[in-house]
Design a protein around this ligand. Structure first.
Ligand SMILES: [Zn+2]
Ligand SMILES: [Zn+2]
Length: 297
């Protein structure tokens, strides 16, 4: 899976940074997290076709996280987009989407399914992954998201060949973790497969430090966390209900996350290194995101 940051600025764009958004490409499917103004152009610049997007996760309805939605949806309407676009967001999302469609003329409509997430936990799952949401503490209803890849089993080819199990349904069963009988002998998945643990990616959007941050980012392989200010402006962070880099690092530390990537920076910071250093006092494995930065997991 690959993550591309499309916008890493908070509230207003800068010359270097667009507004909040990143895309996770998993087995060819694009899952977009937030969609700040100009997100579709950022996608094009980085070479990802907007039509790859099948699902959009909205953390909250502050403009810097959603104003790119109408433009992206209009573009999908003029392209050959045959999927149903799924949009998930906090309470109020349905009404906001309705109003958004009334604010301009949409000639080419695509099929859209909108769902409001009202409680913490898994709200979507398929054979490869699940996505869960958790409430954050911001000025308006706001949720964070976890992308949870499922564990899978990889066949140990040498072992399977030695026993003589042919390609086909028996191998499929073993891969699903089921025991099989081959030539009157029981074979367990542990004997002939390796378990590959699924990755966990946590996204903490606009918030002040809260219990859910630590609870839901627990042991994430990657924690993507807002970090609007450095510690010097902690009071401002409290007033506007945002995290400082150090607070983001504390969340990473207490949740046992393996890696932290900071994003959603106030436009006052010309270089994100000040924020990165602030975080590093608490948590070592930290990076600050830049627009178009890619990460493979
Ligand atoms: Zn924001
Ligand atoms: Zn906000």
């Amino acid at each position: 899976m690959e993550i591309t940051f499309l916008g890493t600025s908070a509230m207003v764009p800068t010359k270097e940074r667009n507004l909040s958004s990143f895309i996770l490409i998993y087995k060819g499917e694009g899952i977009l997290f937030d969609c700040g103004e100009g997100t579709q152009r950022q996608l094009k610049i980085t070479g990802i076709k907007p039509t790859k997007v099948t699902k959009i996760m909205i953390s909250h309805w502050h403009g810097d996280h959603v104003l790119g939605l109408p433009g992206l949806i209009q573009t999908l309407g003029s392209a050959e987009y045959n999927d149903t676009l799924e949009i998930y967001g906090p309470e109020g999302t349905k009404q906001f989407i309705d109003m958004m469609f009334k604010a301009s003329i949409f000639d080419n409509k695509i099929k859209i399914k909108v769902a409001e997430i009202k409680k913490d936990g898994v709200f979507l799952q398929n054979k490869d992954y699940s996505i869960e949401a958790f409430k954050l503490d911001h000025k308006v209803p706001t949720i964070g998201f976890n992308f949870l890849e499922k564990d899978r089993r990889r066949i140990r080819v040498n072992k399977v060949k030695k026993i003589g199990i042919p390609d086909g349904p028996l191998l499929g069963k073993l891969q699903k973790g089921q025991e099989i009988t081959f030539k009157n002998k029981k074979i367990t998945p542990e004997e002939v497969t390796n378990l590959i643990e699924g990755k966990k990616i946590s996204f903490i959007a606009d918030t002040v430090p809260c219990k859910n941050c630590i609870k839901y980012a627990k042991e994430a392989d990657l924690l993507i966390c807002e970090s609007t200010y450095s510690s010097e402006l902690e009071d401002k962070g409290t007033d506007y209900m945002h995290l400082t880099a150090k607070q983001a690092a504390t969340i990473a530390n207490e949740s046992g996350a393996k890696k932290l990537v900071l994003t959603h920076f106030s436009a006052r910071y010309k270089s994100q290194h000040e924020l990165e250093e602030d975080a590093r006092e608490i948590f070592d494995n930290v990076n600050s995101a830049t627009d178009f930065m890619k990460m493979r997991l």
